[in-house]
Design a protein. Structure first.
Ligand SMILES: *Cc1c(COP(=O)(O)O)cnc(C)c1O
Length: 370
């Protein structure tokens, strides 16, 4: 009757316990059973193999993650149920009011967000301007910095840990200066906490602070402290694009980009995790680097060039020169991605694919065994 969801390709997400801890804790009888069940690899109790061995149904949290997991654990059939976020929690106040008027049953059935395609672009722009104003008030309260509501605003908030690569955007400050000097300004709002033992995560935050200092007022960068859900709600709705630069293939799903999509904020992201499914280039947002499912490793130089190139040549011109065109992308983010990458759809898939399947299989076994 067990169902196992594997959550990440990052090794720290797969607990292993040394065998000389297992016997004293569980006792020799259970330890012996575990040993015989082949979930002890290389002298350790491997919780992932324990779950794989004893579950009837195993899934990853996005289509690409299913593929990555199958190559990590050969011989175990793995399905995919792509993550989703809880729409009523993540939709900002201005967009809640807008959806209430146009799509009254959106909170219980966010699938209906597909009808956002019928909302006039001017109303999308107005709701977004209100959400952006709320974010800028929050930034001012927390940091004293006054950001300009007319300036293209990039958002980035993640746990500050190695594979999330918060530093990629700041890896070529000269290039960033050239872009904003060409007359299309940008500003950046970041947040993210590092685990107290994660030295490289803490270094990443320091590097962002150094870059922010160097860029000064030419490209304002604010780093907000104490990243939590309340702050995330302001950020994912108040920026103009949601940036994500994880090192492939470690982003199993990613969820903050889904929160942004619910608020009409398109993603500019490395094509890993959910973005492999959510990306329609130029329609719901933009890719950083190759889009295919076969390119499973990051090429940092190529991704950096593509990120700067897309900003300079595609995204900033659209934002400043064709605001209605930009609003069309925002609307597609809601209609195509908000309507799908939500917890309602995800739970329904768990019920029909995972729980129902495991129960039927268990009943079939009971029948066979009399
Ligand atoms: C959504 C969220 C996360 C996870 O975001 P990812 O894009 O999946 O990394 C982490 N922390 C907070 C506070 C969040 O709101």
């Amino acid at each position: 009757m067990c169902v196992f969801t594997t959550h990440t390709p990052v090794p720290a997400g797969h607990d292993k316990f040394p065998w000389d801890l297992v016997t004293p804790v569980l006792g020799p009888r259970r330890a012996d059973l575990l040993q015989r069940s082949q979930c002890c690899i290389g002298g350790t109790l491997n919780m992932t193999y324990l779950a794989l061995r004893f579950s009837r149904y195993v899934n990853g949290v996005a289509l690409l993650h299913e593929q990555v997991s199958e190559s990590m654990f050969p011989g175990y059939p793995i399905d995919a149920i792509t993550n989703g976020v809880h729409a009523p929690t993540w939709v900002s106040r201005p967009f809640s009011e807008l959806f209430d008027r146009h799509i009254p049953n959106w909170p219980r059935s966010p699938q209906y967000m597909r009808y956002a395609l019928g909302i006039p672009r001017a109303e999308i722009r107005k709701a977004h301007a209100a959400a952006k104003a709320e974010l800028l008030v929050e930034v001012q309260l927390r940091t004293g910095r006054e950001l300009n509501p007319d300036v293209f605003t990039i958002g980035f908030a993640r746990r500050a840990t190695g594979y999330k690569r918060a530093g990629l955007f700041f890896s070529d400050l000269e290039r960033l200066r050239r872009i904003v000097r060409s007359g299309r300004p940008m500003q950046v709002v970041l947040a993210g906490l590092a685990h107290p033992n994660d030295v490289s995560g803490q270094d990443m935050i320091r590097a962002v602070f150094r870059a922010a200092e160097e860029l000064g007022d030419e490209l304002p960068v604010v780093y907000l402290e104490g990243y939590n859900m309340a702050l995330a709600r302001f950020m994912v709705s108040g920026v103009d694009v949601w940036l994500n630069t994880p090192l492939k293939p470690y982003e199993a799903s990613g969820t903050s980009g889904m929160k942004a999509a619910l608020n009409g904020v398109p993603s500019l992201s490395v094509v890993d995790g959910w973005w492999y499914e959510g990306l329609l280039e130029g329609v719901t947002g933009w890719a950083i680097g190759p889009v295919g499912r076969n390119v499973t490793q990051s090429d940092e130089q190529l991704e950096r060039d593509d990120m700067y190139g897309k900003l300079e040549n595609t995204i900033l011109p659209l934002f400043y020169d064709d605001p209605d065109g930009y609003a069309a992308v925002m609307r597609h983010a809601i209609a195509l991605n908000g309507s799908f990458f939500n917890a309602q759809r995800m739970l329904e898939q768990y019920v029909t694919s995972a729980y129902h399947h495991a129960r039927e299989a268990a009943h079939a076994d009971d029948f066979r065994m009399g």
